[in-house]
Design a protein around this ligand. Structure first.
Ligand SMILES: O=C(CO)[C@@H](O)[C@H](O)COP(=O)(O)O
Ligand SMILES: [Fe+2]
Length: 252
């Protein structure tokens, strides 16, 4: 059976002037994780915030007491040099550091004249490094990236180099409130077929109108920003998302 439903509201759609309260309220309304979108203006055409803000919001949400437990900070690192920020985010209170495959293999990140040994990397090394720093590791792929690039990483016999979660983007990363791309779901279905126990996250355009398709494909970690923070009753939306995933799980 696929792993349990995990609902991770994206705080990108929260009121940034009240971020701490928005985070604690969302957990109180039934969210499992908080999805924290970090954008650097290079990897994506938008900027959010960095580790100092994560340190502050961490004080509003209790650390998870179990692996993947309630209160997990799922940091989605849409940044060009993911290796450079691992330690800062660990210190800030990140539990799951999810970097982009495209950034880890990018020649600009690895070969730019400014690149130091701190910023050079490859996906397997990144995962090992994140684990060594005491966090769970996630790897994300953009819509233009084929899912096949992940087989070598997921079939790695070295457990320390295997990711704890794969994130399949269902929008082009950079902004909240975009239209869900159903074209990405075959990637989710293929991942679920090959890896029944894997945590598979989908991110972008998820809400009551699109959750069934994502759940049917086999996603179990659901990110939703505008659908949760734009709702009159966020708790009701969180429950609906969870029910759709659990319904699909029950059919397996
Ligand atoms: O990573 C991203 C966007 O790049 C997401 O996490 C969005 O913030 C999700 O927002 P909605 O599409 O659910 O509004
Ligand atoms: Fe995200």
């Amino acid at each position: 059976m696929a792993p349990p439903a995990i609902i991770a509201p994206s705080i990108l759609s929260a009121d940034f002037a009240e971020l701490g309260k928005a985070c604690s309220d969302t957990i109180a309304q039934g969210a499992d994780w908080l999805h924290v979108d970090i954008m650097d203006g290079h990897f994506v055409p938008n900027i959010t915030f960095g580790a100092p803000v994560v340190t502050k919001i961490r004080t509003h949400v209790q650390r998870p007491t179990t692996k993947h437990g309630r209160g997990t900070f799922d940091c989605h690192m849409m940044i060009a040099e993911p290796k450079k920020w691992v330690k800062d985010f660990q210190k800030a209170g990140c539990d799951l550091y999810c970097f982009h495959y495209e950034a880890a293999i990018s020649s600009t990140a690895a070969e730019s004249p400014e690149a130091t040994s701190e910023s050079k990397t490859n996906p397997k090394e990144m995962i090992r490094y994140i684990h060594d720093c005491g966090m769970l590791a996630g790897i994300a792929i953009k819509p233009d990236t084929k899912v096949d690039v992940l087989w070598d990483i997921l079939d790695n016999p070295h457990l320390a180099e295997r990711p704890d979660m794969v994130l399949v983007m269902t929008v082009h990363p950079g902004f909240g409130g975009q239209k869900f791309m159903a074209s990405e779901l075959p990637k989710v279905a293929e991942l679920r077929k090959r890896y029944p126990d894997l945590n598979i996250e989908v991110d972008g355009g998820l809400g009551p109108g699109t959750i069934d398709q994502a759940a049917d494909a086999g996603a179990n970690v659901i990110v939703a920003g505008s659908a949760v923070f734009g709702a009159k009753n966020p708790g009701e939306i969180i429950s609906k998302l969870r029910e759709a995933v659990e319904r699909r799980r029950g059919k397996l």
